[in-house]
Design a protein around this ligand. Sequence first.
Ligand code: ADP
Ligand code: MG
Length: 591
Amino acid sequence: MDVIRLLPDSVANQIAAGEVIQRPASCLKELVENSLDAGAHSIRVLVRDAGKSLIQVIDDGSGMSVSDARMAFERHATSKISNAQDLFHLRTMGFRGEALPSICAVAQVKMTTRRASDEVGTLLEIAGTQVQKQEPCQCAVGTSIQVQNLFFNVPARRRFLKSDQTELRNLITTFQHIVLVYPDVSFTFVSDDEILYDLPVGSLKQRIEGVFGKSKSKLYTSQLLEIEQQTELVTIRGFVGKPEAASKQAQQFLFVNGRFMRHPYFHKAVLQAYAGMLSAEMMPPYFIYFDISPESIDVNVHPTKTEIKFADEQSIFPILMATVRAALGKFNVVPSIDFLGGNIEIPVSNEMMRASAKAPELHVSSGYNPFTPQKEKVSSHWQELYEPLKQVQVQQTELPQLQESETLHPQSVAGGYIVCAKDSGLMLVHARRAHITILYNQLVAQLQSHRGVSQQLLFAEPLTVSADEQPVLEALLPDLGSLGFELVKVSPSTYDITALPSVLGNQNAATALRAIIARAADGQSDIHADMQQRIALTLAQSAAIPMGKNLSEAEMTGILDRLFALSSYRITPDGKTVVVWLSAEEIARRF
Ligand code: ADP
Ligand code: MG
């Protein structure tokens, strides 16, 4: 496996903390995941001021040796993978070795740790990457990490944090996503001396009860139905709510291989299983766990992202729907006539419905690797994994002034990069990101001036939205109009797309809109400008040339001209490097 060669040392050192640790909740997630990876049976979380003053995680896991304790804070030090192949069999939560160094870059960290085989433990104090203290100490087996004054040295970021109430809610959500996966580990969560959760080891059902039971009058889990389905492709288990458990704010959770995920498409599969059973706006609660071979989901799961790509989601959709449907049917929740007669519209063949009594038989050859045809893509992902937030670095290397008259002779390399040699050095441009940046700027301007360039469609393209997407879409309509979309509402859940922004060319408008809706719904900000930027970025990403596209010289020049005309072009709006400049000195130094 030669994927790993694409990760030069220099790249590995260029990750900034901001990407991994954005708020107290991301810090908590990293610490608790480390405890789980260390095999802890009991994990205690203590926070103060919504994590702004203190986040502490205490576990009874493996602990670390003296030298490991120190190593753990080095970038890309991890005990979890040693080569690229391991990436395809990930069973641990962490693997990048960036959490601890990122945390201590932006906070004051105190750690005590001891292995069961050691008499004494190690105490380590680090602040803003400076080791302040390291000494032997008496402590329990396991690890305790205290993170104090998050972002103490990054005031801008600290100011960016939301109210205590919001940050505490984020902490709790993060905590819930984890504890719902590990009923065999006990957890407590204490916020400002108040015990918010005390969850003993138990069954999954007991865990769900422990997390959500208190807030409900009836025994919460008595309203849940168990689901279980094993196929060659995927194992699905968990609980779905009886229709009467539906509410406007139902608890809905999807997990894959022990990670919480958002998956609008699978969400839709669950909802379709309830077709005809719920009144408008009512949502069923569900807790659904997928187990799938790690090879068939995208391994490049970014620590801050909850979207996960499945190689075979089209096949999983009907399995999931049939599984939920069968559970509802088995407990006589579905009027049996509907279930058998199929007069509820569901896009699953009757065979599938019948088969759902036993496991749907799906044959997947075990040697099949869904990512094989995209080998290069996987490799380039590998690199992207280490790319976020190189801004810091990029800003340090000054780019040369480009003269207007200067003719560049761009060359395309390695499918997707443009190289220009100049006397003073070598410039490398990431073509797709350059294009995204160009389009983004263009779209933001259009949003502000309401002057999007539209392209009428000969045949309207239909767009179906779910009940939760619909209000998001409605709110976006004015901005979408400014960009050149025209939508005609044909029913509460369907729209006809009659025109689209011309930047989209002949790309699928519905897909682009879906991406925009998903991104908008995900946002925590309700500032309009923020939302517009998000829309512009999503649309730019949909419309931009794909990575690896072959470009003619004219196209490359076109991109470079438009890129360098922008006032800011070194990084994409979401912080990824667009241009790398190797000065003549730098080149000389490398030899
Ligand atoms: P990663 O989890 O990606 O390996 P981290 O920066 O989160 O990277 O942690 C670095 C290393 O420190 C881990 O690989 C692990 O060996 C060690 N480590 C971190 N937290 C703990 C813990 N709570 N208990 C034992 N070892 C830990
Ligand atoms: Mg980790």
